[in-house]
Design a binder for this molecule. Structure first.
Ligand code: SF4
Length: 266
């Protein structure tokens, strides 16, 4: 008698995993190993072989670059919009809504805070989800340390686009309506709010197809190769912990990448 067939278990991935893989697949692998160690007491396996050939760029296909709407100033929320989700694990989020328009979905009470997509094996937490007065839902990712000054639409932060697309999918699955776009809000915490701004990243069929393809690509990648470069390694936490044998530069701290990006945009 044949054994019953079981559906293969998908490797669990998060929007943050996608962003990290887009920078350096080996960094993603090391971070996941460290995370497993924190949860179970034993670091997870690292699949990168010792004789791996480092790459110059991540193998991830870049996301579609639809028309980004770039906006300066405070994020526009309408009088009849409501906040239906806020990541309770983030302490420094701005107040976007008065208390009477904060109506957190009951499913996220009692410590349940992760949006889950069982079909794609994706899970994560946007900073906010707004329910617009027209019935639409919009996820918002808040970047407090990214000054808006110097933002250039055509060379926008692809990493933020990757994260926003993944959060749009999680919002779609959770709230039952596909967002037309996701928002990345640049908060300018150190600049007194004078250089705030936000971008709207379109989310449609092309973006969803891209997301499905890159999730397959990551799961099929049995190497998770390193991409040693100053732009990557200076802000790579596993590098700070001495875990990477391929590092191209010293670890300079978590804000190194932000600083590097801002100097190159100026
Ligand atoms: S130190 Fe560089 S090569 Fe190594 S994992 Fe980090 S980003 Fe990748």
């Amino acid at each position: 008698m044949l054994a019953p067939l079981a559906a293969p278990t998908l490797e669990h991935l998060t929007p943050h995993d996608l962003v990290t893989y887009f920078r350096c697949p080996h960094e993603m692998e090391l971070l996941r190993s460290v995370h497993t160690g924190r949860v179970t007491g034993t670091p997870g396996p690292v699949r990168t072989p010792l004789d791996v050939v480092p790459l110059r760029h991540s193998p991830m296909f870049p996301p579609p670059l639809g028309h980004l709407a770039v906006n300066e100033g405070r994020l526009d929320v309408g009088d009849h919009d409501r906040l239906v989700y806020e990541d309770p694990g983030e302490d420094d989020l701005p107040m976007l809504f008065p208390s009477e328009r904060i109506q957190i979905d009951a499913r996220f009470a009692n410590g349940h805070s992760t949006l889950i997509d069982p079909e794609l094996g994706l899970a994560g937490r946007p900073d906010f989800v707004i329910h617009r007065a027209d019935g639409g839902f919009v996820p918002v990712e808040y970047k407090e340390t990214h000054l808006f000054v110097g933002y250039h639409e055509a060379h926008g932060r692809l990493f933020d686009t990757v994260q926003a697309i993944a959060e749009c999918r999680l919002t779609h699955v959770t709230f039952g309506a596909r967002p037309s776009h996701g928002i990345v809000l640049y908060g300018d915490a150190s600049g007194g709010g004078e250089r705030e701004g936000w971008i709207e990243i379109p989310y449609g069929d092309a973006e969803e197809h891209w997301l499905r393809a890159v999730l397959r690509q990551i799961r099929d990648d049995g190497v998770r190769a390193p991409v040693p470069a100053e732009r990557n390694c200076g802000g790579c936490e596993p590098n700070g912990d001495g875990l990477c044998r391929y590092a191209a530069s010293r670890y300079e701290g978590p804000h190194h990448r932000v600083w590097l990006a801002s100097t190159r945009r100026a």
